[in-house]
Write a protein that binds this ligand. Structure first.
Ligand code: NDP
Length: 308
């Protein structure tokens, strides 16, 4: 069997178009566009690229982008002060602090300072707790985008065995919660899991969020399974020239694609959906903060995925 490729490029483009249309309606009704503030502390090259891309796409869908680039040695009090001002600013509907922050800053305190109503990364304890309780508000972008990719396969999720490898706050845990809400039978695997290949082979839906290039081999994949590869790993690619590198996922793609029913590629998969979902979350936050229901597209999506 050769797997169907779940095309992150096409899906993220479609989502951005949906968001742009809803933003236009929002502007017509409210007179102002939703706004997303992105805060970058330091000059980590990968984070700098991500932040620039988020800002560009925010503007492309018609929303306002507020970018804050702070020096790497910014004192925590100064960062918390900025977040407090963004919390109070009505033009700002979403706040994202690009992670990781420099080591002298306490990530937990920084995240906790964000108003949960503007927490478009879904990382505050309030939003994580709501998700764990099965009453989500703003859901972390990568898992929510991954659920949209699963939805695009058109295979009902209820009753399927799902295995999530990785249990981070950002990806693994919220992904498992969302799959549970979609009525999957969920296993969370991690570095202490015994016989990981056997656990993975049970999965009708296999999600890899580990950060180890090609760790999940083809013979770990159940024939016909849907594979969501969240991993983004940069590895040397001498075949492309000296000093060159390329991105690969946590799944050995060629092997897995020969067995799976559907699979996300890397690059061109989950990563693209993550940014599009961030824009969607900002739009949703802009509605909910004003007591408005989210645009119909998201209500229908949530109903289809989670029956709510
Ligand atoms: P973390 O490092 O926070 O978590 C990694 C998880 O993998 C941990 O739970 C760890 O287990 C588990 N793990 C590590 N080694 C093994 C192993 N040998 N066997 C089983 N489990 C293992 O990573 P993130 O969740 O933040 O990110 C995971 C990957 O996803 C990375 O490649 C990252 O770049 C990528 N990513 C991609 C995004 C996208 O938009 N596509 C967004 C965010 C992340 P334990 O808890 O036991 O230590």
């Amino acid at each position: 069997m050769t797997a169907r490729i779940i095309d992150g490029k096409a899906l993220s483009q479609a989502l951005r178009t949906t968001v742009a249309e809803a933003v236009a309606d929002f502007v017509k009704a409210r007179g102002a566009a939703p706004g997303l503030a992105v805060v970058l502390v330091g000059e980590d090259p990968a984070s700098t690229v991500y932040v620039a891309s988020k800002a560009r796409q925010t503007v492309e869908v018609g929303m306002r982008s507020f970018e804050y680039r702070l020096p790497a040695d910014t004192p925590e009090a100064e960062l918390l002060g900025l977040i407090a001002r963004l919390n109070a600013d009505d033009a700002v509907d979403g706040i994202l602090v690009q992670l990781p922050v420099p080591a002298h800053l306490d990530t937990g305190r920084v995240i906790a300072a964000i108003d949960p109503a503007k927490d478009v990364d879904g990382l505050t304890v309030t939003n994580a707790g709501r998700l764990a309780a099965g009453r989500p508000n703003l859901v972390p972008c990568t898992p929510y985008g991954s659920m949209m990719m699963l939805d695009s396969v058109g295979r009902p999720l209820a009753g399927l065995e799902a295995v999530v490898v990785g249990r981070s706050e950002l990806v693994g845990r919220p992904m498992a919660q969302l799959l549970l809400m979609a009525d999957c039978t969920v296993t969370m695997a991690h570095s202490r899991t015994r016989d990981l290949p056997a656990v993975c082979r049970r999965a009708d839906v296999l999600v890899a969020a580990v950060g180890r290039p090609g760790m999940i081999r083809g013979d770990w994949v159940k024939p016909g399974a849907t594979v969501i590869d969240v991993g983004i790993n940069r590895i040397p690619a001498p075949e492309r020239g000296e000093g060159k590198s390329r991105l690969v996922g946590d799944v050995a793609y060629d092997e897995a694609a020969a067995v799976a029913g559907a699979i996300t590629p890397v690059p061109g998969g989950v990563g693209l959906m993550t940014v599009a979902t961030l824009l969607a979350n900002t739009l949703i936050a802009a509605h909910r903060r004003r007591g408005l229901t989210a645009p119909a597209f998201f209500a229908e999506l949530d109903k289809r995925l989670f029956g709510r």
